[in-house]
Design a protein around this ligand. Structure first.
Ligand SMILES: [Zn+2]
Length: 495
């Protein structure tokens, strides 16, 4: 039998607003102390009233405008009722039938909708209580096998993007999710770090069958708890195989929610899926409907449009054309908005120093040497002390042959440590390339006198003997000799 995978996604992303969705508590994902950023509103105390966060709504509208979606005239919040210990109100404020954003497209996948809701608290299971609380045994009952709740995350703005079932494979899914993550970061509306749970991907997957030329839909299974792109791709590949085997055996696929066991590389049954009527959605009575695209709206969509930066897809195209970069180099730069800006600022400084049209050396220093040193030191591009101008100065000196690549390495390490301009470092440390022929000649004469065997080998035609002699000379010059001048003089001497 030939099966056709039909995949749709629900992607949640925590928005990077200053405060929470419906109260003034700080939205700080890095807060380590539990239950610090809480108040009566986000703890669901009776009699409190939610006030929607305008900047969270604007973030979602901006994403919608980026994806060519439709912004409806009106939108409203609804209550989604269910009980769970991480949800103090007993309901979640979400959006049901009138989301903020409708339609749109990304990577040829149709977007159904994007809506806004509040995140839940976080349950901390027994490992924590055993280690930190049990020995205190405050309650006298012991806290073994118990769970604790941290409400710092309760009420944090959470957007949910739903796609049409347009995707056919794990690879396509991962490409879509990565591109969305990049756009969220470009728009600076979410850090969307999957490992930190700031972006969560849920997959709806079924296997259709083509019967008489028509696609007959299969039963949908939902996969949750996917906390890396790799998990997303692997879980989908596994699930396609599993469902095909079930169908081949003449059995039926059960509609359910499945989790992903990373260690075993398998999905497993978690629970049977709820239908939306189980949640008893009804309009949130404490928040009036919002006017979005109507004339008197509090949201200025034209201003939001202006704030949308050049998007990754546009940048890829422009970088390839303008700088002649290959696909891999383009991707390294475009995958980090700050790195791309750093590159372009360096290019503009480099151009002011040299009539240059080839940026390969700059690219190499930026994506290989500099990135390598940054990884080694554990610093990110935003923490980097080196300015784009300083990097351009370093590259200009290498291009002008004032600096060998060996010396540039040391200078770069020093630049990372001190944040100084390479010119200053060279002056301070007395690093300068020795190009003056007389001093090099003197050293070469010593090298020739000290290495008679290599000289003999060279005269017998062994080419690597020359490299050996250049190396010996360079070592005596502490790596600061001009390699071209050394080779020229050696060649003349040994002729
Ligand atoms: Zn609060």
């Amino acid at each position: 039998m030939n099966y056709e995978p039909v995949i749709g996604l629900e992607i949640h992303a925590e928005l990077k607003t200053r405060t929470k969705m419906f109260c003034g508590c700080l939205n700080d994902p890095d807060e380590k102390h539990p239950n610090i950023n809480v108040c009566p509103v986000c703890l669901g105390h009776p009699g409190t009233l939610p006030v929607p966060n305008k900047s969270a709504i604007e973030s979602v509208l901006k994403l919608g405008l980026t994806l060519d979606s439709k912004i409806p005239e009106e939108s409203k919040f609804d209550r989604k009722n269910y009980f769970y210990p991480d949800l103090p109100k007993g309901y979640q404020i979400s959006q049901y039938d009138q989301p903020l954003v409708l339609g749109g497209e990304l990577n040829a996948v149709r977007i159904t909708r994007i809506h806004l809701e509040e995140d839940t608290g976080r349950l901390v299971h027994e490992a924590y209580s055993m280690k930190h609380e049990a020995e205190k045994n405050v309650s006298g009952f012991g806290l073994h096998a118990s769970s604790l709740v941290d409400f710092n995350r309760a009420g944090v703005p959470l957007m949910e993007l739903v796609t049409e079932p347009d995707i056919k494979s794990g690879d396509e899914t991962v490409r879509f999710a990565k591109e969305l993550q990049l756009i969220l970061r470009y728009l600076k509306i979410s850090d969307a770090d999957m490992e930190k749970g700031q972006m969560r991907v849920e997959v709806n997957i079924s296997l259709g069958q083509i019967i008489d030329g028509k696609l007959q839909m299969g039963t949908k299974v939902e996969i949750k708890n996917l906390n890396s792109f790799k998990a997303v791709g692997d879980a989908i590949d596994y699930e396609i195989k599993r469902q095909a085997e079930v169908l081949e055996a003449g059995k039926e696929v059960v509609q359910e929610t499945r989790g992903w066991n990373e260690g075993q590389g398998k999905t497993f049954s978690q629970r049977f899926k709820e239908e939306s009527h189980d949640y008893r959605y009804f309009p949130e009575p404490d928040i009036p409907p919002m006017e979005l695209s109507r004339e008197l709206s509090r949201f200025n969509l034209d201003n939001l449009k202006i704030e949308i930066p050049e998007l990754p897809a546009q940048k890829r195209k422009r970088f390839a054309e303008e700088y002649g970069l290959n696909e891999e180099q383009t991707e390294i730069l475009v995958s980090d908005r700050r790195l791309a800006e750093f590159f372009e600022e360096s290019v503009s400084e480099l151009k002011s120093q040299l009539p240059i049209t080839n940026y390969q050396l700059l690219i190499n220093y930026l994506t290989s040497d500099l990135t390598g040193l940054m990884n080694q030191e554990g610093i990110s591009i935003s923490e980097l002390k080196i300015t784009p101008e300083h990097l351009a100065h370093l590259v200009a000196m290498i291009e002008k042959k004032e600096l060998t690549s060996r010396m540039a390495k040391d200078v770069l390490a020093e630049m990372i440590a001190t944040g100084l301009d390479p010119h200053e470092i060279i002056k301070e440390k007395g690093i300068a390339q020795v190009s003056d022929e007389d001093s090099i000649k003197k050293v070469i004469e010593e090298v020739i006198a000290e290495n008679p065997v290599a000289i003999k080998d060279y005269k017998k035609g062994k080419q690597n003997a020359l490299q050996f002699l250049i190396g010996k000379t360079m070592a005596k010059l502490k790596g600061q000799g001009n390699p071209e001048v050394i080779a020229k003089i050696l060649n003349n001497k040994l002729r």
